[in-house]
Design a protein around this ligand. Structure first.
Ligand code: SF4
Length: 399
């Protein structure tokens, strides 16, 4: 049998829902014709969503960056400030955080992504206090935040086990983990970009513990900092193995490295074709993960739109505020009407979803589309420069 026939038979098996090995995934990722790969992934998506395969989802959320002070100094990160860098470092007080939550609710947002640096003083108590305050004031907001790295850090600061840290912040209001900090899980590329972060094995161990304690999460991958194709597939294998045991990863979300303002200057970014191939191979290889999310924030709206034909079922969030990847150069912005339009032009019916993927509003009739476009993704210049005001959103909220 020829190599081409082998590749076609693996692709056919994957499209029919058969499990593929990491070795087979690597061959498909590297060598399968782009459109054939996308078509196979789309076939799997259609079967997984039989009956609602015409729908693609989005969510309205706000990233709330509570501090940029961080002891972990990841080389790809343009957001953090070392604790001694008092000029660049900032923290947000609780009133400011609650005001941002209020604006989120006013604009129809349903989810908060609490995201920040590993502050040397922030242990479990800090997160308990803030999550309780958010839930007391806005019980309708879902706190989908943090990840294994933050758990490892806060448990160390408070001198408790990760089990205790997870249990306590869950009781205080955290609903699910955002899968932050996965970056690249295999050892070599992880050490090259985040030498002070916990190992990939440890990241997975903590997520597995969270799943066992009843806290689900999403999973992510940072593409394009110099990792090999084999390391990308190894990252997927590590996630699939844990998922076989826990079923706790709701989604997989690859996104591309942004090269500005960090210590990795000169690294090659993942190409948009590599990104689309990753969306497709993730749909084929991660047969036990329900949702594959396309990211328009780092790749652009058109590529986000294309990802819906390469296996993605969801376009993630219209972020009312985002500062982390924006600091590293992600410049794409959008609003709800634009996301609805681009999903529709991809041939799907747009639906606003909840954190747990139930459809909240199905936009099946353009005549009933929202009439305003106040739901706009923003970068907060004040978050980068320090300070607490957010004039754009205050303006929006007061209109
Ligand atoms: S990615 Fe997160 S942990 Fe790493 S330096 Fe940036 S803020 Fe700190």
């Amino acid at each position: 049998m020829t190599e081409k026939a082998d590749l076609t038979s693996v692709l056919d098996r994957a499209a029919a829902g058969g499990r593929i090995t990491p070795e087979e995934a690597l061959v498909l990722y590297r060598d399968a014709p782009l459109h054939a790969l996308g078509a196979a992934a789309d076939a799997v998506r259609r079967r997984k969503y039989a009956g609602i395969e015409h729908i693609a989802t989005y969510i309205i959320e706000r990233n709330i960056n509570y501090t940029n002070v961080c002891v972990t100094a990841c080389k790809f990160c343009a957001f953090y400030a070392a604790p001694k860098d008092t000029e660049k470092g900032w923290t947000r007080d609780l009133d400011d955080i609650l005001r941002r939550c209020a604006e989120t609710v006013e604009l129809g947002g349903t989810q908060i992504m609490f995201q920040g640096g590993h502050h040397p003083d922030y242990g479990v108590e800090y997160y308990e206090k803030h999550f309780r305050a958010i839930k007391d004031a806005f019980p309708q907001l879902v706190i989908h935040s943090l990840g294994a790295s933050e758990i490892e850090h806060m448990a160390r600061i408070s001198g408790v086990s990760v089990e205790e840290a997870i249990t306590r912040i869950h009781e205080a209001g955290l609903d699910s983990f955002a899968g932050a900090g996965a970056e690249l899980l295999p050892e070599r590329p992880r050490k090259a970009i985040a030498p002070l972060k916990e190992s990939g094995e440890r990241w997975l161990e903590i997520m597995e513990t969270a799943h066992r304690l009843g806290v689900e999460s999403t999973s992510t991958m940072l593409m394009g900092t110099g990792e090999t194709n084999a390391e990308r597939i190894e990252h997927l294998r590590m996630i699939r193995d844990v998922q076989d045991r826990t079923g706790g990863f709701r989604a997989f979300i690859p996104y591309t490295y942004q090269p500005e303002n960090n210590h990795l200057k000169g690294r090659t970014q993942a190409t948009l074709f590599e990104y689309l191939r990753m969306i497709a191979i993730a749909r084929l290889f991660l047969d036990n993960v329900q949702h594959i999310q396309g990211s328009w924030l780092t790749t652009g709206k058109e590529v986000g739109q294309l990802s819906l034909h390469y296996g993605a079922d969801d376009l993630g969030s219209i972020m009312l505020e985002e500062n982390v990847v924006s600091s590293a150069g992600a410049k794409h912005r959008s609003n709800r009407l634009e996301i609805i339009d681009l999903i529709r032009k991809a041939g799907r019916v747009p639906a606003q979803r909840a954190t747990t993927y139930e459809h909240l509003v199905v936009h099946d009739d353009p005549a009933n589309d929202p009439v305003d476009d106040r739901v706009v993704s923003h970068i907060s210049s004040t978050a980068i420069e320090g300070g607490t005001a957010h004039p754009e959103l205050k303006l929006l909220a007061s209109n």
